[in-house]
Write a protein that binds this ligand. Structure first.
Ligand code: SF4
Length: 130
């Protein structure tokens, strides 16, 4: 099975960062187990060669909470171009979600958005793996 790396931003202070991490977990545990390798952004930034080497050898999708694109930026700085990326802030605009999302008390809206982001990631993974 073709492996795809998914690296989520670690936006602790932003609800979109939490959504990014939770969506990646959904993909890894529920939708594409076995095909998804989750890369740890803090470990990656700390210089872990295993994470960086994986991103050099396998396609990677960066999932970022906002346009600052920390996960994408870090991957491209240390390993090379990402195969694709997800910007949750842009998706929310596209989907017309303007309510303030909660980071600490996720409810129905946050869960729905997380599911939708997971589906976006899956779509991109399926394009990569064919
Ligand atoms: S991409 Fe945005 S939300 Fe994610 S860590 Fe960077 S600044 Fe924070």
């Amino acid at each position: 099975m073709k492996k795809v790396g998914v690296i989520s931003c670690s936006g602790e202070s932003e609800p979109e960062g939490t959504i990014a991490r939770n969506a990646v977990r959904l993909v890894m545990e529920k939708y594409r187990p076995g095909a998804t390798v989750s890369l740890c952004l803090p470990l990656y930034l700390a210089g872990d060669e295993g994470e960086r080497d994986f991103a050099r050898r396998f396609p990677v999708i960066a999932v970022d909470g906002c346009g600052k694109a920390c996960a994408k930026w870090a991957t491209e700085k240390y390993s090379g171009k990402v195969q694709d990326c997800v910007d949750i802030g842009e998706l929310l605009k596209e989907w017309g979600v303007s309510e303030r999302l909660s980071r600490s008390h996720p409810g129905r809206l946050e869960n729905e958005v997380t599911e939708r982001v997971a589906r976006e990631i899956i779509k991109k993974m399926d394009e990569i793996t064919g």
